[in-house]
Design a protein around this ligand. Structure first.
Ligand SMILES: Cc1ncc(COP(=O)(O)O)c(C=O)c1O
Length: 422
């Protein structure tokens, strides 16, 4: 069978943005089987935060593989899980003392919602328009960043109510973005669901797939207040924005709030499938043993990689680097904005940054400009992704240890891509 035939075996439902087969990777660079070199500004969708194959992560995983791979969590404790749990409760802001390890982002969200329902004995969930929380049957019902994630799958899980997210760029000019969104939440609580039926308010601290939407901190503070007022738990989905990506360990540190439950995945283990629900024992203490969990959760190799990931981020100063490089990246696009009216807004925190593209002299979404820009960047071998409800946002997710030379290289390519696309 030729390689082209083998490619046809892979389900076509999986989208693919890069036109090459990857052979290996090192830091911010990917190498194709044809021997070509690509700069990675996607990081496997915010996963390879420490760069690909960081030596500390590789060494820790190699060492653990030789000891035990599958130390099943219902059978025993294992040291990497104990050490990673201790590290997570140290770096996640708040008063946390309990961690459940599972395998993917969606699974962490599923478990956090189940935890909220079981521990409050309440049935309903508030999520937000534009949210992305995964593709499983529960999480697609929580998601509404694009119709493809939920269309053709109905009926969806019930008891989920969507309120408006604070999206300053797309709030009517006559309205205050925070009041507008929070009054939308009040409307949901007045007209659609009893407040004392709400188990949790689930929210991304920056909407990721929905378009890298950074809400004003007063919106997130308002959600914290509202959750307390109605006795619901506040779940912060830090799956894309966490693990140093925004120039803080966790994005919600920018807003001065703490959560009741935090979901962590993607960057947690530099590419090993691992996720975590970080919370307080008072909530897990109300759940029946065995009612949450799974066969593979907290894999020993993944946990060892997770500990090494946190050490690498700390020791190599990656969080400060993410803040600095993110500012430079956004500064570059803000300068371009004066030249290209297609750039409607430049936004982001740290290395979770994006540009929203519009039809000139309007705020009408311009998905064609996004597709063209991304294609031009990829043609020049800088792997770049789009996102957004309207497919009109280019997002930039390089490794957190991106060097000055690597950023300059990307900005050179983006200068040419902008010239060709806008
Ligand atoms: C905020 C957020 N939550 C949940 C998920 C789902 O994670 P996974 O794809 O690992 O299931 C994602 C993935 O992009 C995400 O960005």
């Amino acid at each position: 069978m030729t390689n082209e035939d083998k490619k046809k075996l892979i389900a076509t439902v999986v989208g693919r943005s890069a036109p090459f087969t990857v052979d290996h990777a090192d830091g911010s660079w990917l190498y194709s089987t044809e021997g070509e070199k690509w700069l990675d500004f996607a990081s496997g969708i915010a996963v390879a935060n420490t760069g690909h194959c960081h030596p500390k992560v590789v060494a820790a995983a190699r060492e653990q593989i030789g000891k035990i791979i599958h130390a099943q969590a219902n059978m025993f404790y294992h040291q990497p899980m104990l050490d990673l749990a201790a590290k997570l409760v140290e770096i996640v802001p708040g008063d946390f003392d309990n961690v459940l390890f599972v395998n993917s982002g969606a699974e962490a969200v599923e478990n956090s919602v189940k935890l909220a329902k079981q521990s409050t004995r309440r049935p309903a969930v508030i999520a937000f328009q534009g949210a992305f929380h995964g593709r499983t049957h529960l999480t697609m019902a929580l998601t509404c960043s694009k119709t493809i994630y939920r269309g053709h799958y109905e009926p969806l899980q019930g008891g989920i109510y969507h309120a408006p997210y604070a999206y300053p760029y797309r709030t009517p000019a006559s309205e205050d973005p925070v009041d507008y969104a929070l009054s939308g939440l009040d409307r949901v609580l007045a007209a659609e669901v009893f407040p004392d039926d709400v188990a949790c308010i689930l929210v991304e601290p920056i909407q990721g797939e929905g378009g890298f939407i950074v809400p004003p901190k007063e919106f997130m503070q308002g959600l914290r207040k509202k959750a307390d007022e109605i006795g619901a738990l506040l779940i912060l989905d830090e799956i894309q924005a966490g693990m140093g990506r925004t120039g803080k360990w966790f994005c919600h540190e920018h807003y001065g709030i703490t959560a009741d439950i935090v979901t962590v995945a993607k960057g947690i283990a530099s590419g090993f499938p691992l996720s975590a629900v970080v919370t307080r024992s008072e909530y897990f203490g109300k759940c029946l043993p065995g009612s949450l969990g799974g066969t593979y959760g907290g894999n020993a190799v993944a946990c060892a990689a997770g500990i090494a990931t946190i050490a690498a981020i700390e020791e190599d100063g990656m969080i400060a680097n993410a803040a600095r490089q993110g500012e430079k990246l956004r500064g570059f696009f803000s300068d371009l904005q004066a030249k290209y009216p297609a750039i409607g807004e430049v936004r982001g925190l740290g290395l979770m940054s994006a540009v929203e593209l519009v039809e000139p002299r309007s705020r009408k979404p311009n998905p064609a400009a996004m597709k063209k820009f991304v294609a031009e960047a990829i043609a020049r071998k800088v792997l770049t992704l789009g996102c957004g409800m309207y497919d009109n946002v280019v997002r930039f997710l390089p490794a957190l240890n991106l060097s000055d030379a690597e950023l300059d290289h990307a900005l050179g390519v983006y200068t040419e891509a902008a010239k060709a696309a806008f």
